[in-house]
Design a protein around this ligand. Structure first.
Ligand SMILES: [Zn+2]
Ligand SMILES: [Zn+2]
Length: 341
């Protein structure tokens, strides 16, 4: 079968790989749609410490069931359209024991610690499949990236009393905005790109701030009666925005970090104490986040067509990685279409 392999940083090849075998408790999936994740871009750039090469990228999956392995558990049938929860959990680490398998100490995500879905077929355990009637293959492949933001919103305990500032309006930030808006919060979207801010408004942001054009501190203060947002969710992953979240959040506020900063961050730690902040990390997502995103997409109010900015076939994957790497601000979500759409 054909598969996309990132053979080394900067090198993407279309290769032949053996057809996967389907074991007990597994389904063979015909892959139909795969979203490009920022994690895949990091692999392409040689900036993902969790990846060894060669690696088949991709974990945002819309697929159809091609074959059922022995030991089917549940109501699955050949031809059914599904998405895949792309994480593993060991069941034994402290996260798993605390019902927080999303941050399993031994997690392996498809396309990161093990080969992913940019291939014609993959075999996955039934337990990782989710069928969502009413969602298109494009929408099925969009669920996982949106869950990352929904999980961060859950970590921040966002309610309709909150003013939430979201720093960064890439694909992850847009999920945060949709998740916070779904809970009835007032959402201030912050980015340096007007096109992304326009998308943010479509996803439910009530206010948008281009921090390259205005004084961000003054604007956030003006929008919040001089308190600052009481929740800030950081979806950029730079030392400057990590610091900014702690500096701009209100007293007694909550800060949630999604991506980790690619360099050490220097903090004035008195802010942690004087404001008595809750500073929270957020990793991957839980099954309830998947259910919540699937329901949200089922209401057909999320701007799917505007968020998926480009589709490519196998032959176009290498150029798409190159283009995204060179001009990241122009891309919200690219999807690979495998075979006939
Ligand atoms: Zn991802
Ligand atoms: Zn575990």
């Amino acid at each position: 079968m054909r598969a996309i392999e990132i053979s080394a940083p900067g090198t993407v090849n279309l290769v032949e790989r053996p057809h996967p075998t389907v074991g007990a408790g597994e389904a063979l999936l015909r892959v139909r749609r795969v979203g490009f994740c920022g994690t895949d871009l990091s692999t392409f750039r040689g900036a993902n410490p969790l990846v060894r090469y060669p690696r088949v990228p991709g974990h945002e999956i819309g697929a159809t069931i091609a074959r059922l392995g022995p030991g089917v558990d549940g109501d699955w049938r050949v031809g059914q359209e599904v998405l895949v929860i792309p994480y593993t959990s060991c069941g034994a680490c402290s996260s798993c024991r605390a019902a927080r398998a999303n941050c399993c100490a031994r997690n392996e995500t498809l396309g990161v610690q093990r080969d992913g879905a940019m291939a014609e077929f993959i075999a996955v355990p039934f337990a990782k499949l989710l069928a969502v009637p009413g969602l298109s293959l494009c929408e099925l492949a969009l669920v996982e990236p949106l869950t990352i933001g929904f999980h961060a919103v859950a970590r921040g305990r966002v309610t309709n009393d909150d003013v939430v500032a979201v720093i960064g309006c890439g694909a992850i930030g847009l999920g945060v905005i949709a998740g916070a808006a779904e809970r009835g919060a007032r959402v201030i979207a912050v980015d340096v790109d007007d096109a992304k801010l326009a998308l943010a408004a479509l996803c439910g942001a009530t206010d948008v701030v281009n921090s390259s054009q205005v004084d961000l501190h003054g604007t956030l203060q003006a929008l919040t009666d001089s308190h600052g947002p009481n929740v800030i969710i950081e979806a950029v992953g730079s030392p400057a925005t990590f610091r900014l979240a702690v500096e701009e959040v209100a007293f007694a506020g909550r800060v949630v970090y999604i991506g980790y900063a690619k360099a050490p961050v220097e903090y004035d730690s008195k802010q942690f104490v004087l404001k008595e902040l809750d500073i929270l990390g957020s990793r991957n997502a839980l099954p309830e986040d998947f259910a919540r995103v699937a329901a949200m997409l089922g209401r057909k109010q999320f701007p799917v067509d505007q968020v998926v900015t480009q589709t490519v076939d196998f032959a176009g994957v290498a150029a798409a990685f190159q283009q995204w790497s060179e001009a990241p601000a122009t891309v919200a979500k690219i999807q690979l279409v495998v075979g006939e759409d």
